[in-house]
Structures are given as structure tokens and as C-alpha cells.
Design a protein around this ligand. Structure first.
Ligand code: KG4
Ligand code: ZN
Length: 337
């Protein structure tokens, strides 16, 4: 069956076609980064309007790339939450209308489940059970995953998400939006340890995180004196060391606690090279395999939504609708799935 996936929870419009027999047929993403840049962050109303403009052309594009006719689509999956209400509504209403017109089911998908399962779509796919490290702009969570639909939350951030900390720190250093990739790039020119930043909750003995103090420590360092370009790079490098050390240490501790030998990394911060280096090195020492999504599927995309829906359908845990109705849940804890 061919599943069409629609992602519109934040500032990326993603559309993809996934075939349960042949795998991913095509996927296309339009990012709104340039549009929101001038405002230093996502403007919800602009985001929603842009999703409306992009969906039809992106759908036409993936159909053409995959040589698939609209009538070949067997189900339409869409991100139902969590995310920005207006943005979610665009994708959800589009998906529900298209599904009804085609006479196929519409499948609401949890955005984080999409991220979580995306490493199973990679060339070297992970297999169950595994520990999942979810590090995105909105979430920092460690989960124990035994099968599709069984996600046990082991720990999460008490305040800012890891990606949010990268973004806010980047903003403090004048790097604009979205800051994560820019901060990582600047860190390459810096030396960690020139500034000293804390490793919040590194030794808390659990799987909880806190990143707001780290961000405040950067702010304090930045206020103490006028920062040169090199200072900024050094501060970026130290921030990246601190954040990735805490995340990598806890993810591997979770593997030890559950005696699991596969760690799956998902979400935008999973694209961070230093985090990958640390995870790979520490995992090799304790006999753990680390699995990442393909680089282009680390950040928001429609492929992970189509894929998660297909897995749910196959596992018999999906809730298909065929009545034109749809609902979005801007706040939606994954455990409530
Ligand atoms: O998963 P994602 O695309 O969107 C959410 O669902 O949040 O993650 C976006 C987050 C942003 O905070 C962005 O700054 C961060 O991922 N990010 C990175 C890198 N690439 C993206 N953070 C650090 N290093 C990177 N290379
Ligand atoms: Zn995301």
C-alpha cells in the first residue's frame, strides 16, 4: 500500500510517499527558515499560511518523482500533534479532505513517534527493542521502545529542550535563527574549556535533563565582558561540549540500565556531529550500536509521518478515519498514544 505522509507541525512542510512493499518512494520538504529569519523565530500565522501555499505543489512534486498517480494512494497520514495549532490544522484538513476525495483512510500521526521510528527507515535500520534518544527543538526525552506503539518515557527535560538551548544560546551569540546548526558551525572554530560551563544534572542518577541553567551560564559569561569573535567561538564550543556530554552520558546509561544494545537517535539535534562522535565513541566502549535517521530525515519531514503510519497500520494499532473528520492536538504527550 502507498501511504502519503503530510507534516506541517512547525516551520517545515513535508510531503512523502512510502510504499509498504518498496519503501520510501519520494519525499520533499519546504523549509520556512528564510521567511521567519527576519523575526528571529517562527511566526505562527505566517507558518500556517505558507503551509497552505506549499502543500499542493509538494504533493504534485512527489507524485511526479515517484511516478505514482493520485489514485494509487491507499492512505493519507498527517501529523496531528504536537505542534502549532494553526500549522497542524492546515496539514490535517488537507489530509482529511484528500483522503475523503480518494475514498481512503486518513491516519493521524504523533510527530514524535515519527521522529522516533525514523531510524528504522535508514539504510542500516534499527530493530526492536531499543532505547530512543529524542532530541528536537521541543523535546529532550529518553524512551524505552519495545515495539510500535509501546513507548516508555524514562526521563525528559524539566525545562528547555536541547534544541531550544542550542537555539537560545545561538541567539545570545548573535547567530540568528535557527541557531542549532549555526552554533555547531561556530563551535568548530572554538576551543572547549576556555570558558567553563556546567554539565547540568550529569550526576543526578536519573534520566532527567535541565538546560535552562546552561543557557543562563552562557548569558552570564557573555555579560562579563565584550566578547571577541574568538571568544564567541570558544563559548559555542564549550556549550556544545556541555550539552552533548550530558545527553550522550544519559542515553548510554539508559542502555546499561535496561541491558539494551541498540540506541536510536532522533530529532533535529541528532544531526549534531559532536553529539554523534560522543555517542559513537561511548557506545563502542559498551557494545551498543547507535542508529541514526538518514541526515535529511533528522529534521521535520513527511517521510517519517508516512512511515510511522504504515508501521502502525501493519501492527494493527492505527485509528483510521474515513469520515472527513480530523482533529489536532497541539499538546499531546507521547505516552498517551
Ligand atoms: O526535530 P526538529 O527538526 O524540529 C522539532 O520538532 O523541534 O528539530 C529542530 C531543532 C532546532 O532546535 C535546531 O536548532 C536543532 O534541532 N538542530 C541542531 C542541529 N541541527 C538542527 N542542533 C544542534 N546541532 C545541529 N547540527
Ligand atoms: Zn520535529
Amino acid at each position: 500500500m502507498i501511504v502519503l505522509g503530510i507534516e506541517s507541525s512547525c516551520d517545515e512542510t513535508g510531503v512523502a510517499l512510502y510504499d509498504t512493499e518498496r519503501g520510501l518512494l519520494a519525499h520533499a520538504v519546504h523549509t520556512q527558515v528564510a521567511m521567519h529569519e527576519a523575526y528571529g523565530g517562527v511566526v505562527p500565522e505566517l507558518a500556517s499560511r505558507d503551509h497552505i501555499r506549499r502543500l499542493v505543489p509538494l504533493l504534485e512534486q512527489v507524485l511526479a518523482e515517484a511516478h505514482v498517480a493520485r489514485t494509487d494512494i491507499g492512505a493519507v497520514a498527517y501529523t496531528a500533534g504536537p505542534g502549532r495549532a494553526g500549522a497542524l490544522l492546515v496539514g490535517a484538513s488537507f489530509a482529511a479532505a484528500l483522503a475523503q476525495a480518494l475514498g481512503v483512510p486518513a491516519l493521524p500521526v504523533h510527530h514524535l513517534e515519527g521522529h522516533l521510528l525514523s531510524p528504522l527507515l535508514a539504510r542500516e535500520p534499527a530493530s526492536f527493542p531499543f532505547i530512543a534518544l529524542l532530541v528536537s527543538g521541543g523535546h529532550t526525552q529518553i524512551m524505552c521502545v519495545t515495539r510500535v506503539g509501546a513507548y516508555e518515557l524514562m526521563g525528559e527535560s524539566l525545562d528547555d529542550a536541547a534544541g531550544e538551548a542550542f537555539d537560545k544560546t545561538a541567539q545570545l551569540l548573535g547567530l540568528g535563527y535557527p541557531g542549532g546548526p549555526a552554533l555547531a558551525k561556530l563551535a568548530e572554530q572554538g576551543t572547549p574549556g576556555k570558558f567553563k560551563l556546567p554539565r547540568p544534572m550529569l550526576n543526578s542518577g536519573d534520566f532527567m535533563f535541565s538546560f535552562s541553567g546552561l543557557k543562563t551560564a552562557v548569558l552570564t559569561a557573555a555579560r562579563e565582558r565584550e566578547l571577541s569573535a574568538q571568544d564567541k567561538a570558544d563559548l559555542a564550543a564549550e556549550f556544545q561540549e556541555a550539552a552533548t556530554e550530558v545527553v550522550a552520558t544519559k542515553a548510554l546509561a539508559a542502555c546499561r540500565q535496561r541491558r539494551l544494545s541498540t540506541l536510536v537517535v532522533a530529532g533535529g539535534v541528532g544531526a549534531n556531529k559532536r553529539l554523534r562522535q560522543r555517542l559513537d565513541a561511548a557506545a563502542a566502549r559498551q557494545g551498543v550500536r547507535v542508529r541514526y535517521p538518514e541526515m535529511e530525515l533528522c529534521t521535520d519531514n513527511g517521510a517519517m509521518i508516512a512511515f510511522a503510519a504504515a508501521l502502525r497500520l501493519q501492527a494493527g494499532v492505527a485509528a483510521p478515519r474515513n469520515d472527513g473528520a480530523f482533529a489536532v492536538r497541539p499538546r499531546w504527550p507521547l505516552q498517551e498514544l
